[in-house]
Design a protein around this ligand. Sequence first.
Ligand code: SF4
Ligand code: FES
Length: 241
Amino acid sequence: MLTLRFSIQRYLPEQDRIPRMQLYELALAQMPRDWMLLDALEHLRQQDPTLAFRSSCKEGVCGSDGMNVNGKNRLSCITRLSTVWDEVKDKDGIIKIHPLPGLPIIRDLVVDMNQFFQHYAAVQPWLIPPAGDRDHELLQTPTQRAELEGLYECILCACCTTSCPAFWWNPDKFHGPAALLAAQRFVSDSRDQHTQTRLQALDDAYGTFRCRNIQNCTANCPKGLDPSGAIRALKRKMLTE
Ligand code: SF4
Ligand code: FES
């Protein structure tokens, strides 16, 4: 019999003044080879129905189940249970789970994403085509389309932004890696005619150059994207255009 131990941050606003850690145990005959961390959390929630966390697609697509596990931001639905167990089994044997850092906590592992989405909306993440040119297809060459690779796939899980110290220090002002990756996605799009306005909007004390190239964002992106590289490309454009 294998007993997995989890230390999960709890915060029930109706009873807790501050967050606390709660220990859970899950007894298994052996490590299930196909279980993700989310499967284990769902079993723990059967033990304790008050445990709150978000999930929806269970396929790494919706971005709703970002959480900090053993010190790294991840999506629980595409993180193997065996991986997080291997990280701790020769240490204290406890899988540690916290909400994404740097955002207000609503309850347990559920954070308030409003600020994150406000920063995303601020970079105008939509195509702005030439005036008077809105009633027909805007074609791209394969080369122009290839410029969007590694940028359009973001699922807005916030794992990058909430691992960024520059965001932690100025969460109300600095847009953070996910929003800046989105900015670079539209700056790079041959169909968009708003490049100069976009670059100017990001050229202030809390704009693109507030990024200090710490690269936690890239290290924590569960989709394997490179927000840090996107921000460096954005900086190069701001310096040259
Ligand atoms: Fe999530 Fe990666 Fe998009 Fe950041 S860049 S929001 S970590 S998918
Ligand atoms: Fe949708 Fe994990 S539940 S990304």
